[in-house]
Design a protein around this ligand. Structure first.
Ligand code: PLP
Length: 496
């Protein structure tokens, strides 16, 4: 299958799309068409384990890889998850289910894609690259950074540089990144927010001069952000897998619809659910849950996307995003796959920080998307109430989705069974979770973890407990204007 650019870049094979990360004109790669899974395919997949399901779905898109290759990568990647299960589904009350995506090495859902992406990329390098090294540039709102660092740590022929907002991630997220081992990992704080980091990284990707200079040093750029097709594709798998698990558990019959509620920032995770629906999974509604940075809620209710608004730091920092990159892929579908439509909108976005689409067309084309948002108070009470009612501990991101789902339920009374995507371990955000439950404000992250454990009895993941004794090694913080210069400084120091 070929991949085409949303802004009109010429088609490339899947491996090339993954290796490049983003099209040369700044557009995003999308499959030239969406394969349909037939009922028979779904029935065959029912009894497969997760890596088998993953290989089955990925081969629909990547015919330049063999199925054996894909199976091997999925086996290796998902062995790193607790019990080898990247997406176990927990029954809350027979109507609501939680898909737990946070049992990987860095305790956030980003691991599901970022444990397998390095294999897909290394193999693509062998197939397509002319011997140059790969430089992975990452802008992170907290979780992508660590997951990408762990995934690409000590991968041959690869350097990885992660930029994060120095004051915009949780203490634990920061410590996770700053203590990363490996000889090819670099972590840099910027004085700015996630949007600043993402905009600069995207600019570097499309700057011919920068590309030429890197080439002279023997590097080709790639991305581990969800603009990379290799990030989105592995995420489609868990929506298919969760559906099959519900059928397997006789919660639903094959063919019944389910809804998904997804905490959303860069619009990658919920877009993967939409793609699963396009592939034939019977999904009813997709509840797009935002925190107070609710640009997407406004977009789905008014058709206007407007980033000219205050940026809020919240207790769900991985969703503190105003420019959701992956919406571009949805706009591509909205405009009937016309690159001119996307170019016009993206041009308006970069010139005015806003654009408006026809609301009627939006609602007609995408009736499945429902935008809801949660304030900080909503989020805190969702954590508290859910623990009280169901004895289940939510992280703040997942709590945003739970709050959005209950708003949707109150408004519609929709009886469809609903799966909430749980994107992080509550212990990654222990301070805010503890405060939401008890009112206690414990600034020390490790003391907050202990108190949260004492209060709830929920097991503390080893990955977190071990961090307390580690010393930060990556402590550089720079002005946001100096990102490009810093990249070259890092690579030059490396060459010496
Ligand atoms: C990245 C992230 C999100 C947002 O996902 P997108 O794919 O960017 O929409 C939500 N929750 C957590 C914990 C995350 O790390």
């Amino acid at each position: 299958m070929e991949f085409i650019g949303t802004r009109g870049a010429p088609p490339v094979y899947g491996g090339v799309a993954i290796l490049k990360g983003i099209a040369p004109d700044g557009g995003l790669y999308v499959p030239s068409s969406f394969p349909r899974l037939k009922r028979e395919d779904l029935e065959n997949m029912l009894w497969m384990d997760y890596p088998e399901r993953a290989a089955c779905i990925m081969k629909e898109f990547l015919d330049d890889y063999t199925e054996a290759e894909l199976k091997e990568y999925a086996d290796k990647a998902y062995a790193r998850f607790e019990n080898g299960e990247p997406a176990p589904v927990t029954d809350i009350d027979g109507e609501t289910f939680i898909m737990e995506l946070f049992h990987g090495p860095t305790l956030a859902f980003k691991d599901v894609a970022l444990t397998i992406l390095p294999y897909l990329m290394t193999s693509a390098r062998k197939k397509y690259a002319g011997g140059e090294k790969t430089l992975i540039l990452v802008a992170t709102s907290g979780d992508t950074g660590k997951a990408a660092l762990e995934g690409f740590k000590d991968v041959e022929g690869t350097e990885i540089i992660v930029f994060y907002p120095s004051d915009g991630v949780s203490d634990l997220q920061k410590l996770q990144m700053q203590t990363t081992k490996g000889s090819n990992t670099h972590v840099v704080g910027i004085k700015g927010n996630f949007d600043d980091a993402q905009t600069a990284v995207k600019r570097i990707f499309t700057d011919p001069e920068c590309k030429r200079k890197l080439q002279e040093m023997g590097y080709a750029l790639s991305s581990a952000n969800s603009i990379n097709w290799g990030r989105l594709m592995p995420q489609i798998v868990y929506y298919v897998s969760a559906y099959l698990d519900l059928v397997g558990a006789e919660e639903i019959d094959m063919g019944d619809e389910v809804n998904f509620a997804v905490p959303t920032g860069n619009f990658g995770n919920v877009l993967a659910a939409y793609y699963a629906r396009k592939m034939g999974i019977p999904i009813g509604k997709l509840i797009v849950a935002s925190n107070v940075n609710n640009v997407l809620t406004d977009f789905f209710t008014t058709g206007k996307y407007d980033v000219n608004r205050p940026f809020h730091k919240t207790m769900s920092p991985s969703m503190d995003i105003l420019v959701s990159s992956n919406l571009e892929r949805l706009l591509f579908e909205m405009g009937g796959r016309d690159p001119g439509f996307v170019r016009k909108i993206m041009d308006e976005l970069s010139r005015f920080g806003m654009y408006t689409v026809d609301l009627e067309v939006l609602e007609e084309k995408f009736p499945e998307f429902q935008g809801y948002c949660a304030t900080e108070e909503d989020t805190a009470s969702a954590i508290d109430n859910f623990f009280e009612t169901h004895d289940y501990l939510l992280d703040p991101h997942t709590a945003v989705a739970v709050s959005a789902y209950y708003d949707y339920l109150t408004e519609t009374g929709d009886p469809t069974k609903t799966v909430i995507a749980s994107t992080a371990s509550p212990y990654k955000f222990a301070h805010d979770v503890l405060k939401s439950l008890t009112g206690v404000n414990e600034p020390d992250p490790f003391r907050a973890i202990k108190r949260l454990h004492n209060f709830t009895g929920v097991r503390v993941p080893e990955e977190i407990a071990g961090l307390e004794n580690e010393t930060p090694v990556h402590t550089l913080v720079i002005e946001k204007e100096d990102m490009e210069q810093t990249i070259f400084d890092i690579l030059r120091a490396k060459d010496e």
